[in-house]
Design a protein around this ligand. Structure first.
Ligand SMILES: [Zn+2]
Length: 303
């Protein structure tokens, strides 16, 4: 049980939710501070990558991520938007891009949830966690989890009885870390499942064991209905600060290009914008002041 229980602590949930929280000028120093911490971690990762053969270009790209940040303050409505930045887009390597990507995904799904809720007020969100047994081969374990999740949904579609029968929509993300007890890879997924009634955890555990053959470890719990509550699913895919850079690199090499966010039913088709900058939606015609921040090693961002 201890070896592959659903993990409890959240990784930097405040970083991602804060990005879609208060957006006035008074929140900007805190926001820049969050990016500064992330950028500083990215520099450590870039330094490591730079020591690997043939990875100098990638190292330079990650090292240069967020060297400058351009914000626009739309002062008549007191809203700040990240307007420009050179970002590396390597969200499995770079904590700064991971924050931005998480907050973009959170916003896109949150907006969809508000539409769904208006149409089907009886639906409630439940947090479902599914795990597989820990193992030394990350790629093999990830595939196993991915395939098992697919099979779980196939069973629902076949309509011959499934504990997800009442689930009308779901969005899930994969998270990769090492098991705290085992020290080997422990991929798992967190899913927001929309249903009128709470899915039966006991039934789910039985079905999951039947599918995976090696794990009955699942968790089902009601969620609060605020953006922060959705965070569990949109936080980082890897725990940068908790793992050695070698592990971050290995996870990147194994998982780059794989879809780590999936959806079904009412959550299908939500588009997470490619750009990691803010959408100036509705602000285009308003006057603004430009705030230009530059990162200096050892000193951080300065205006
Ligand atoms: Zn980046």
């Amino acid at each position: 049980m201890a070896k592959n229980r659903p993990d409890e602590p959240k990784e930097n949930p405040e970083s991602v939710t804060a990005d879609i929280g208060v957006q006035g000028i008074e929140a900007l120093p805190q926001r820049v501070k969050r990016y500064q911490n992330a950028k500083s971690d990215a520099l450590d990762i870039a330094e490591y990558i730079g020591t690997l053969p043939d990875q100098q270009a990638l190292a330079a790209r990650v090292a240069g991520c967020g060297d400058y940040l351009v914000f626009r303050h739309y002062y008549t409505v007191d809203l700040v938007r990240l307007h420009g930045a050179r970002l590396c887009m390597k969200h499995l390597l770079c904590p700064l891009c991971a924050i931005r990507r998480g907050s973009k995904a959170l916003k896109a799904y949150w907006d969809r949830w508000e539409c769904i809720k208006a149409q089907k007020p009886l639906l409630r969100p439940f947090l479902v966690t599914l795990t597989v047994k820990d193992g030394p081969d990350l790629e093999e374990r990830f595939k196993h989890l991915h395939k098992s999740q697919r099979e779980l949904w196939m069973r629902k579609h076949r309509g011959r009885g499934s504990c997800l029968q009442g689930v009308e929509g779901a969005v899930w993300s994969y998270e990769i870390k090492r098991g705290s007890g085992s020290g080997v890879w422990h991929p798992h997924l967190h899913m927001i499942a929309l249903s009128e009634n709470q899915p039966d955890a006991f039934e789910l555990a039985r079905e999951w064991k039947e599918i995976t053959g090696d794990s009955h470890i699942v968790d089902v719990r009601p969620m609060g209905d605020a953006a922060e509550d959705f965070m569990e699913v949109f936080k980082y895919a890897v725990k940068f600060s908790d793992q050695p850079v070698e592990d971050t690199w290995h996870a990147y090499q194994t998982l780059a290009g794989k879809r780590l966010l999936g959806s079904a039913g009412a959550f299908r088709g939500v588009e997470v914008p490619e750009s990691l900058l803010d959408d100036p939606e509705g602000l285009e015609d308003l006057p603004f002041v430009t705030l230009f921040y530059r990162y200096l090693r050892g000193a951080g961002y300065s205006l």
